[in-house]
Ligand binder design. Structure first.
Ligand SMILES: [Zn+2]
Length: 216
């Protein structure tokens, strides 16, 4: 599938860990990619910054900075909603913001979180809003700028603990060619450096060179 790609990310780092390879593959193919970060992950996914004594505002700023650098490394545009995390609240207002982005970007494909994650309720909340926004954006009577569009296919990226989320991969995307780009983007996320360790970096050879997705 070719055309604009929209990635809806609950927190500032999710799009890198979960979809960095898919984003880089799309960019390499020549497709424009936009990442929409609903929150900065400032409360739930910035433990090292809290331990370093940073304030909430400082953490939001540094997470924003990291995400901008990671997106640039992957070749994607990035936008932020600053909707707050832990909890990321599902609201009509935030869903409407996503609708407006969908109408503007007119994605050929959307990527977001899986619909179940017992360890991180923000992730399925983001997925539900993204799926709803995709449907609302196609309604002629929905009051938002831009023309209604056909609902694009949505692929859900692999959660951190897939076996606990009932995640059944349906699509495997080969990211071998762009793997260095993903690794460079991961290295931009200093506040989540433990994730690099979790994913076995810098041990080589890198054990995972594919992105798993399930289609909604
Ligand atoms: Zn997250």
């Amino acid at each position: 599938m070719s055309g604009p790609l929209l990635v809806v990310s609950a927190h500032a780092g999710d799009f890198v860990w979960r979809a960095g390879g898919a984003i880089a593959v799309a960019v390499k193919r020549g497709d424009p990619v936009t990442v929409l970060c609903l929150s900065f992950g400032e409360r739930g996914e910035s433990a090292s910054a809290w331990r370093a004594g940073r304030s909430l505002d400082e953490i939001k700023a540094l997470r924003r900075d990291e995400a901008i650098r990671a997106a640039k490394t992957l070749g994607a545009e990035i936008e932020f909603c600053d909707a707050g995390d832990y909890p990321l609240r599902e609201t009509d207002q935030l869903t409407d913001q996503i609708v407006r982005v969908v109408r503007r970007i007119r994605p050929a494909v959307m990527l977001t979180h899986a619909l179940a994650d017992p360890y991180n309720p923000d992730h399925p909340a983001a997925a539900r809003m993204a799926l709803n926004a995709r449907v609302y954006a196609q309604a002629a009577g929905y009051d938002a700028p831009g023309e209604p569009l056909g609902a694009p296919p949505v692929f859900c990226f692999e959660p951190h603990q897939p076996e606990m989320c009932g995640f059944m991969p349906q699509v495997l995307l080969d990211i071998t060619e762009v793997f260095d780009m993903k690794r460079q983007a991961m290295e931009c996320l200093a506040a989540q450096r433990h994730m690099c360790r979790t994913l076995a970096w810098p041990i080589t050879p890198w054990p995972r060179r594919s992105c798993a997705c399930t289609r909604r």
